[in-house]
Design a protein around this ligand. Structure first.
Ligand code: NAD
Ligand code: WQD
Length: 339
C-alpha cells in the first residue's frame, strides 16, 4: 500500500490523525503551508510516534507545486483537512474563505486524477446540516442553510466531491462530518493552538484557566435547552483521529460517496463544559453570561449509529477525559507550540 497524503496534516485534527495512522502502521506524507499551524507540530508527531514524517511546506492551491508531492511519492489516498475554519472571519473575509477552501479541494482532485489516486476522505462538518434539520442529525438528511461562508464552503466542497465521484466511477469519497472536536493528545505534547483570541469554547476556557484571558463569556442563557445554554456534541480529538483510521480502511474497499457523522451522540451544554472542566482539573474558570452569538444554533448533535454499523467506530472517551486532556495540553504549553 502507498502513502496517505495528509493535506493540512500539521493542524489540530490532522496532527492527531497522523499520530493514529502512524501507530496503526500507515505511512503518511504531510503537506501544509503552516497558515494556521507550525513545523513544531510535525516535530511533536515524530516525537510521540518515534517515526520520521515526509513533510512539504506549500500552498495546496498551487497545483504545480502540489504535483511534485504526487510525483515524488506513491500516494494511495488523500485526507483533506486543509482549510480555513474561523466562522467569524469567514463572514468578514468570504472571498478568502471561498478561494482557499475550494481551490485546495480542486487542486487535490486535479492531482489525484492526473496521478491515478482514487481515494479521498474529506473533513466536512456538522455545520452542513444548517438551520432546518432537527437534532439528532442523520446522514441522509438534506444539507441545510448555513449561517456563514465557512459553512457554505463545506456544503460546496461536499457537492464538488459528489460531482467528481459521479464523473469517475473509480473514485471513492468519504465525507466525515465532525461535530465539536476538543481535547488533546494524552501525552500533553499535542493540542489545539489557535492564533490570537480563540473563537471556540474549549480553547477559550483553557486560556482563562491558565490566566491568559480574564473571563469567559457564555453566549446566551435563554435558549430552549435544559439549562438555557447551547448544547453541542463535543468529541475527543483522539477518538476523532481514530475514526479517520477506520475511514482509511473503508475508503479502499469502496466506490462512490459515503457520509459519516463523527460525534458521540450525546450533547452537553456550555455550563456543563465549564463545570466539568473546573471539577476535573481543580481550577476555576471565571465566567459571565452575555448576549447570544449571532448564528449559533441552540443544539447540534449527531446520531452516530452509521459510523458504528459501517466503520465499527465509536467514541471511547468521556467529557472528563476531554476536559482533563485539554487542560494538560494548555498548562504544559501555555503559549501553544511557541513555547
Ligand atoms: P487547523 O487550522 O488546525 O488545520 C488546518 C490545516 O490546514 C492548518 O495546518 C493550515 O495551516 C492548513 N492549511 C490551510 N490552508 C492551506 C493551504 N491553502 N495550503 C496548505 N495548508 C493549508 O484546523 P483543524 O481544526 O485541524 O480542522 C481540520 C479540518 O477539519 C478543516 O477543514 C476544518 O474546516 C474541519 N473541521 C474542523 C472542525 C473543528 O472544530 N476544529 C469541525 C468540523 C470540521
Ligand atoms: C460552542 C458553544 C457557543 C465561545 C464551530 C463551528 C462549526 C464547527 C465547530 C467547523 C456555543 C459557546 C463559545 C465562547 C461561548 N467548526 N461559546 N463562549 O459554534 O458549535 O461550532 O466549531 O466546522 O462549524 O460553527 O463551536 O466552540 O465556537 O461554540 O459561550 O467564548 O460554546 O455559543 O454554544 P460551534 P464553538
Amino acid at each position: 500500500m502507498g502513502k496517505i497524503l495528509l493535506a493540512g496534516g500539521a493542524g489540530y485534527i490532522g496532527g492527531h490523525t497522523a499520530v493514529e495512522l502512524l501507530e496503526a502502521g500507515y505511512d503518511v506524507v504531510i503537506v501544509d503551508n503552516y497558515s494556521n499551524s507550525s513545523p513544531e507540530a510535525v516535530r511533536r508527531i515524530e516525537e510521540i510516534t518515534g517515526k520520521s514524517v515526509t513533510t512539504y511546506e506549500l500552498d495546496i492551491k498551487d497545483t504545480d507545486k502540489l504535483e511534485n508531492v504526487f510525483k515524488d511519492n506513491d500516494i494511495s489516498a488523500v485526507i483533506h483537512f486543509a482549510g480555513l475554519k474561523a466562522v467569524g472571519e469567514s463572514v468578514a473575509k468570504p472571498v478568502m474563505y471561498y478561494r482557499n477552501n475550494i481551490d485546495t479541494t480542486l487542486s487535490l482532485l486535479e492531482c489525484m486524477s492526473k496521478y491515478g489516486v482514487h481515494n479521498i476522505i474529506f473533513s466536512s462538518s456538522a455545520t452542513v446540516y444548517g438551520e432546518e434539520n432537527p437534532v439528532p442529525y442523520t446522514e441522509e438528511m438534506k444539507r441545510g442553510t448555513c449561517t456563514n461562508p465557512y459553512g457554505w464552503t463545506k456544503v460546496m466542497m461536499e457537492q464538488i466531491l459528489e460531482d467528481a465521484s459521479k464523473a469517475d466511477a473509480e473514485l471513492s469519497v468519504v465525507l466525515l462530518r465532525y461535530f465539536n472536536p476538543i481535547g488533546a493528545h494524552p501525552s500533553g505534547r499535542m493540542g489545539e493552538d489557535p492564533q490570537g483570541i480563540p473563537n471556540n469554547l474549549m480553547p477559550y476556557v483553557s486560556q482563562v484557566a491558565v490566566g491568559r484571558r480574564e473571563k469567559l463569556t457564555i453566549f446566551g442563557k435563554d435558549y430552549d435547552t435544559p439549562d438555557g445554554t447551547c448544547r453541542r456534541d463535543y468529541i475527543h480529538v483522539v477518538d476523532l483521529a481514530k475514526g479517520h483510521v477506520k475511514a482509511v480502511d473503508y475508503v479502499f474497499g469502496h466506490k462512490g460517496v459515503e457520509v459519516f457523522n463523527l460525534g458521540t451522540g450525546t450533547p452537553y451544554s456550555v455550563t456543563e463544559i465549564v463545570d466539568t472542566f473546573e471539577k476535573v482539573n481543580g481550577v476555576p474558570v471565571p465566567h459571565v453570561y452575555g448576549e447570544r452569538r449571532p448564528g449559533d444554533l441552540p443544539e447540534s448533535y449527531a446520531n452516530a449509529d452509521k459510523a458504528l454499523r459501517v466503520l465499527g467506530w465509536k467514541t471511547e472517551k468521556t467529557l472528563a477525559d476531554m476536559c482533563r486532556d485539554s487542560w494538560n495540553w494548555q498548562k504544559n504549553n501555555p503559549n501553544g507550540y511557541n513555547k
